[in-house]
Write a protein that binds this ligand. Structure first.
Ligand SMILES: *[C@@H]1O[C@H](CO)[C@@H](O)[C@H](O)[C@H]1NC(C)=O
Ligand SMILES: *[C@@H]1O[C@H](CO)[C@@H](O)[C@H](O)[C@H]1NC(C)=O
Ligand SMILES: *[C@@H]1O[C@H](CO)[C@@H](O)[C@H](O)[C@H]1NC(C)=O
Ligand SMILES: *[C@@H]1O[C@H](CO)[C@@H](O)[C@H](O)[C@H]1NC(C)=O
Length: 530
């Protein structure tokens, strides 16, 4: 190659890099039809998405760099899209940790180019000079140090995380959660930690760190039933356990159920139930207790039908049918079980057809509400979804959120449809900013939620990176629990859905027929350097 050609190529590649790094409104560069069909376009779109979302996982935005812990998120300026002064959410929970830890496991494994790209983007904020794997190891080292310190300071939490406050010194107790812990969020975190253990075991290069993560998982397994099981013969797991004394090591009498709630949902709560099913010691409880937990869950697993324009679609009834409820599919290999896979896919047919039929310009999941400029603290809307196939009341379909698309982004069969729905929402008013996607937007496009959070942003990155299911599958195979997993899922979903009996499984996944109207000027903060 001549020097001149080489310098022209170098110039072109510099231009490409600077275009990627200076246009946070990248989704506008794609046409949705091309995104559905063209693998190269999909790949470049997901590279840009992971690059911009990576800007969220930086100090005092989505993480506390010193402690390696997540912040829930931050408010953003309605005009610039940059973090709003004083708007940092100085608290977090095990569910946000779950997304961070899972992506770190993927980046260290190195097979998902999007997870790698996400942290390659994040690490620029600290001028990291090493590799992305070294960056991931550094983050994991800081994080486990924070967990160990918390475990030592408050042994009564037994290795589990409450909703917590945080600063550079690590986890602090948060008002309202000073003596109680949720099972569901910790179930999400545990499988992320297990993914780290599996990846570090296979890597072989970090035995000390592996030992620390292994001890954390072992502690959670040892204390899982002690803290959350509602007593011999009950067959129930507590949604939230109250702690009598946070200063002493776990014994059964130190915990009791908070209110009436038991963890019997067929959704995300299962991540915790499978963990204790596989790894906790049941010998001190009544015989048959382990199976009784699954039996007690049965009434909640129900058939429902969405009446789409193309005919009925049989689905699993949702709580609200918010996409949030599909979280477990990112963490355990449910798609391996054909009946469960078929039910999942019908659920996504229904999700996409529902928005198509109603000309909604996006998909629905629990998120912070939109707000008028000047209000940086909108209410959280849990009850959004699809009323026809929900058990609970759905309050509103007035706003859509990018992570409504994450179940479609996760499954390899539906990923192109997921990309189109996701891109369509990102193309809406103020839906792309200097830290990537925005929390939510009104379906009229006149208001946004000026917030960035792990839940509504980074679940999509984890999903289009494939989730951690290939890693956790190896772990449960190697620890001898895969057959139990597959048997329970096949039995429970088989009971309710039979074999060849799902209406609508020939109906297509729908694409958006409406877009979010462009009513607001773009964020101005895209090109600013932090
Ligand atoms: C990376 O290298 C630059 C230039 O040599 C140096 O100023 C900076 O401190 C280094 N950063 C880290 C995290 O080591
Ligand atoms: C973090 O918060 C705790 C509890 O409020 C406080 O004692 C500690 O000094 C804080 N650390 C930093 C670095 O601000
Ligand atoms: C969400 O916020 C909008 C704008 O402030 C308001 O009109 C609407 O009632 C809120 N929706 C819910 C369900 O709280
Ligand atoms: C489908 O399965 C359900 C539950 O097993 C059953 O009640 C229903 O009759 C079946 N429908 C058909 C058409 O086979």
């Amino acid at each position: 190659m001549t020097g001149r050609v080489r310098s022209i190529l170098l110039l072109i590649s510099c231009l490409v890099v600077s275009i990627q790094s200076e246009n946070c409104h990248f989704a506008q560069n794609y046409n949705l039809n091309q995104l559905l069909n063209d693998a190269a376009a999909q790949d470049s779109f997901l590279m840009s998405a992971s690059y911009w979302e990576g800007k969220f996982a930086t100090d005092r935005i989505g993480i506390n760099y010193a402690s390696g812990l997540t912040y829930d998120g931050t408010s953003i300026d309605y005009t610039t899209g940059l973090p709003y002064p004083g708007g940092l959410h100085e608290f977090s929970a095990a569910s946000k940790e779950a997304v961070h830890v899972s992506l770190l496991a993927l980046a260290i494994e190195g097979k998902s180019k999007y997870a790698v790209n996400f942290f390659q983007s994040s690490m620029q904020a600290v001028h990291w000079n090493g590799t992305v794997q070294e960056y991931g190891i550094d983050q994991l080292t800081r994080k486990i140090g924070s967990y160990e310190q918390f475990n030592q300071q408050y042994p009564g939490f037994g290795g589990f995380l409450p909703w917590y406050a945080l600063n550079d010194s690590g986890v602090q107790l948060l008002n309202g959660w000073t003596s109680k812990i949720p099972a569901l969020d910790n179930g999400e975190l545990i499988w992320g930690l297990i993914a780290v253990v599996q990846v570090l075991t296979e890597n072989g290069g970090y035995p000390t760190l592996l030992g620390r993560y292994t001890r954390q998982v072992t502690k959670m397994a040892r204390n899982g039933l002690t803290i959350f099981y509602d007593g011999a013969g009950s067959g129930t797991v507590r949604c939230v356990a109250q702690i009598r004394n946070v200063d002493i090591l776990p014994t059964r009498s130190n915990y009791y159920r908070d209110g009436e709630c038991v963890l019997n949902d067929p959704y995300e709560g299962e991540l915790f139930v499978f963990f204790v099913d596989f790894f906790s010691d049941w010998t001190n409880y009544a015989p048959g207790d382990k199976d009784k937990v699954w039996q007690n869950k049965r009434p909640q697993l129900q058939r429902a039908t969405l009446h789409s324009s193309f005919g009925p679609i049989t689905v699993e009834r949702g709580w609200m049918h918010s996409s949030h409820e599909k979280w477990k599919y990112m963490e355990l290999p449910y798609f391996d079980i054909p009946i469960n896979n078929a039910v999942f896919l019908n659920g996504e047919r229904a999700r996409s057809q529902f928005s198509f039929m109603n000309s909604y310009p996006g998909l629905f999941a629990s998120a912070a509400n939109v707000s008028q400029p000047g209000n940086y603290n909108p209410n959280y809307i849990s009850a959004t979804g699809i009323q026809e196939i929900a058990s609970a009341h759905v309050d509103t379909n007035a706003l859509v959120t990018p992570y409504g698309a994450y179940p479609l982004l996760l499954h390899p069969t539906t990923r192109p449809y997921g990309i189109v729905w996701y891109a369509s929402m990102l193309q809406g008013s103020k839906m792309q900013g200097p830290q990537g996607s925005t929390e939510s937007v009104s379906i009229q496009g006149d208001l946004i939620s000026p917030i960035n959070t792990w839940d509504t942003k980074i679940t999509s990155v984890l999903a289009f990176s494939g989730g951690i299911i290939d890693i956790t599958r190896r772990y449960i195979q190697q620890t001898g629990h895969y057959i139990r997993f597959a048997t329970v899922v096949a039995t429970e979903w088989g009971r309710v859905f039979g074999e060849d009996n799902l209406s609508g499984s020939n109906i297509a996944f729908a694409l958006p027929r409406a877009s979010v109207p462009q009513k607001l000027p773009m964020f101005t903060g895209c090109t600013s350097k932090k």
